[in-house]
Design a protein around this ligand. Structure first.
Ligand code: ADP
Ligand code: NI
Length: 220
């Protein structure tokens, strides 16, 4: 495929995703996709990967989150396939992009990932980066507010051994999410670039938490 064709497919995909995400909640809106797309391209520039597949995976990875479709994880991939079939790309590319969408998400509960590719590794790192650092903190509290969760409750400790079902159903305070997911991401990054950026964002979250507890106790 010529790069001109790729550019057209990407432009069409951007329009499709923007339309699809109209009215989406703040942590999962078009801007999340745009950040993941940009981080994906940044990481991809230092890896030997198919940039069209990375781009389509990043753009289409969150078009129908299962959290907002009664837990149904097939809605997003099905919608993405339907759209991709209208584009001039190979079936091989479509299959790979769909596999990325199906396998990108961290479900918690030590679930095993079944598919691996360099392109998935890049998009997964970019998505994880958007869950940590300053943006990650903002998204976590936004999600907690959306779910009407407490900011923090010293009497409810984090639970690190949740099954995927318990993780989904959890009503724990938002601070717990840092220990159950956000602070664990640095260790499971796939790429060197991703790991480097994650380490900086991780330090920022640790500083944030230290300050949060100090303020909670009325120390500062
Ligand atoms: P992604 O879009 O990166 O795949 P998720 O769909 O798991 O991530 O979550 C979207 C955002 O909401 C992330 O920033 C994530 O940290 C946050 N989030 C998910 N679950 C919780 C939770 N239980 N408490 C607070 N924030 C959460
Ligand atoms: Ni995402």
């Amino acid at each position: 495929m010529t790069s001109e064709n790729s550019q057209l497919v990407i432009a069409n995909t951007i329009s499709f995703v923007k339309k699809q995400l109209e009215g989406a909640e703040g942590g999962h809106d078009w801007f999340h996709i745009e950040r993941v797309y940009k981080n994906s391209l940044l990481i991809a520039s230092e890896e030997n990967v198919d940039v069209l597949i990375v781009s389509l995976g990043a753009l289409l990875h969150d078009i129908a989150d299962s959290k907002f479709h009664e837990g149904d994880e097939t809605v997003g991939p099905a919608l993405a396939r339907k759209f991709l079939e209208t584009q001039e790309i190979s079936e091989e590319t479509i299959i790979h992009v769909i596999k990325i969408i199906e396998n990108i998400s961290f479900k918690g509960g030590n679930q095993l990932q079944k598919f691996h590719s360099k392109e998935l590794a890049v998009v997964q790192d970019a998505d994880r980066l958007d869950a940590i650092g300053a943006i990650g903190i903002a998204r976590a509290f936004n999600y907690g507010g959306f779910k009407n969760r407490l900011l923090y409750d010293p009497d409810i400790p984090p639970n690190l051994t949740m099954t995927p079902a318990e993780y989904k159903a959890s009503k724990a305070p938002t601070i717990n999410h840092f220990y159950e997911k956000l602070l664990l991401l640095k260790e499971i990054m796939n790429t060197e670039t991703g790991t480097r950026i994650a380490s900086e964002r991780h330090l920022f979250m640790e500083k944030f938490l230290a300050q949060f507890y100090a303020e909670w106790e009325g120390e500062k």
